[in-house]
Design a protein. Structure first.
Length: 202
């Protein structure tokens, strides 16, 4: 499967290009999501890849940065429409949850920062990968280990375990969950916003 993976839900957007199911190139944007269109052209050109050979596009739909999600999803939808290919809409927390719980440790706390020193985090509800989201004050986790990203400013409160979150990890998740995620009705894909969500760069 050949596809483009776009991660724009954080303040460190990234792009990855996959060919035959393998990541052949990836890059982080130096500034913000406004660079996405140019970087997409650049990564395709640098790898002598024919854009018409793309089978689909994976894109984060949130929760996360309002502007980043909006820019990334609009770009992905535009490309998918023009190429007549499906999108793979990926939930930010689903990927974090999948990475953190790959060792089947259901006691882990997984999350990332929201507004007013709040933590958006997962609460496992079953043992089959289903979870509920909760928004809690970060101070309630004093001394606890939290897996996620964007939490470096709380290192004096929590034991922060950073999860590598990028377009490449979005791509790997998309491959593993393609059958359940891919969507041909591109216009039906809606972003997942959390009011005033703040995703900090590390």
């Amino acid at each position: 499967m050949n596809f483009l993976s776009i991660e724009s839900a954080t303040n460190s957007p990234s792009i990855a290009l996959y060919s035959s199911g393998l990541c052949i190139d990836s890059c982080f944007l130096k500034k913000n999501s406004s660079e996405l269109p140019g970087k997409v052209k650049e990564i395709i050109s640098n790898n002598d890849f024919e854009i018409n050979n793309l089978d689909c596009i994976a894109i984060t739909i949130g929760p996360g940065s309002y502007t980043g999600i909006r820019v990334g999803l609009s770009l992905a939808q535009g490309l998918a429409y023009s190429l007549n290919i499906p999108l793979i809409p990926v939930n930010t927390m689903d990927v974090l949850y999948s990475i953190a719980f790959s060792e089947n440790n259901i006691d882990k706390i997984v999350g990332f920062p929201a507004y007013n020193d709040k933590l958006l985090h997962c609460i496992p509800s079953t043992d089959n990968g289903i979870y509920e989201l909760e928004l809690s004050d970060i101070n309630l986790f004093n001394g606890k280990t939290i897996y996620g990203f964007g939490l470096s400013r709380y290192k004096d409160i929590i034991n922060y375990k950073k999860i590598k979150f990028s377009a490449e990890s979005i791509g790997k998740y998309s491959i593993d969950n393609y059958e359940s995620l891919y969507c041909k009705d591109i216009g039906s894909i809606a972003p997942i916003y959390l009011d005033e969500l703040l995703i900090s760069s590390e």
